[in-house]
Ligand binder design. Structure first.
Ligand code: ADP
Ligand code: NA
Length: 361
């Protein structure tokens, strides 16, 4: 049988964290055999926030190396960098002209990120310099509302739609935060097909579906039970990065926000407990039921936190080991990304030509 096609990506900003890993990358790896896979480091997306040019390439390599260290296999998945395949930018322009403005104005992430950038760059450590996820920025003024972000931030979902649609992907494994963007991608595909492919035997675009897991689809910040764990959060204590040292992991879990309820157990009303128990499941490979049973024997957070710390360190250790090996093999990594771009380009350029023909070019 023909395998269904998967596309997904992560931005090369900062270091990937447990949210990216559990929400997205782990399911890419797990389903690698079942699908035909395209996994992209979406560097064009990363420049929608203030960034430091010389840090971008480094972050791109780091992200690709983390893909491999997490278990993506170049023999079974096409792994590449978005900016290496020019069709992404080109299709974005075509789709920009086929996407109503108010569809983008509705996007929740745009509103959130715009507000954040208005507060001064991507992030600002209290009183300190402006720090973007990819390096320290030169000092800047507070910006007026109209200048607080670039057009790219607003247009980000159209670039994301192009990423997916170029590969005719049926499935897009992402975290919960991307659900709205996936809906938009479907709407854009349908609108384009309706408008430009009426008399054609085959529509230009496949309408993709989001693949969102039932557990760990939204890993929460360790400091704020209402926010998702994110690369762009000001406070590094809010996330566990995949490359954190054992000491850092221990410190972050020790200081993470908890509640004052007795015992630790799954409970709708206890977001911190649910979040950390979910992470514990993933780190130990235990089922929810198994964790619930084990938790009955815990006196409280004081028992649970060291167990979670130990499990997290143990789970990440082999990944970090592989990362260290891969990141020093620049030539190996470059070869994989070059081969990946070549393979991706073949598929993407076919879709691009089709889209251009449909529009009359
Ligand atoms: P970030 O939001 O940290 O900058 P990206 O926007 O690059 O990360 O997202 C990369 C992938 O990781 C997407 O599939 C996204 O849904 C997923 N993801 C990001 N944060 C989380 C989270 N806290 N929980 C689950 N999945 C997440
Ligand atoms: Na995101």
């Amino acid at each position: 049988a023909v395998k269904q096609r998967v596309f997904s990506g992560v931005q090369p900003t900062g270091v990937l964290h447990l949210g990216n890993y559990l929400g997205a990358i782990r399911q890419w790896v797990r389903n690698q055999e079942e699908y035909e896979n395209f996994f992209c480091v979406v560097d064009l997306h990363a420049i929608t926030a203030p960034h430091v040019p010389k840090e971008l390439t480094k972050a791109t390599y780091r992200t690709a190396a983390l893909y491999l260290a997490s278990g993506l296999d170049p023999a079974r998945s096409t792994i590449f960098v978005q900016s290496h395949v020019s069709a992404h930018a080109e299709l974005t322009w075509l789709l920009n002209c086929a996407t109503p403005m108010n569809w983008l104005e509705r996007m929740i992430q745009f509103k959130e990120k715009k507000a954040k950038q208005a507060r001064g760059g991507a992030l600002r450590v209290a009183g300190g310099p402006f720090v973007s996820p990819v390096g320290v920025l030169p000092p800047q003024e507070e910006k007026s509302d109209g200048e607080s972000c670039g057009v790219g931030l607003f247009d980000y979902p159209v670039l994301m739609a192009s990423d997916i649609l170029l590969y005719q992907a049926q499935l897009v494994p992402v975290g919960e935060d991307q659900r709205q963007h996936l809906e938009l991608t479907r709407d854009i595909a349908r609108r384009f097909n309706d408008q430009y492919c009426q008399n054609k035997q085959r529509k230009t675009f496949v309408e993709p579906k989001a693949l969102i897991q039932t557990s760990n689809a939204r890993v929460m910040s360790l400091q704020d039970g209402k926010a998702k764990m994110s690369k762009s959060a000001e406070n590094d204590m809010s996330r566990i990065n995949l490359l954190d040292t054992p000491d850092e992991i221990a410190r972050k879990i020790k200081r993470c926000k908890t509640d004052s309820v007795k015992g630790v157990m799954y409970d709708e009303a206890r977001p911190e407990a649910n979040n950390l128990l979910g992470i514990y499941e993933a780190m130990t490979g235990m089922s929810r039921d198994e964790v619930a049973r084990e938790a009955e024997g815990w006196a409280g957070w004081g028992t649970f936190k060291p167990l979670l710390t130990e499990a997290t360190i143990a789970h990440l250790e082999p990944l970090q080991q592989r990362y260290k090996e891969i990141i020093t093999e620049q030539d190996y990594l470059t070869k994989i990304l070059n081969d990946g771009a070549e393979a991706a380009e073949k598929v993407a350029s076919r879709t691009l030509i089709d889209a251009k023909r449909a529009m009359g070019f």
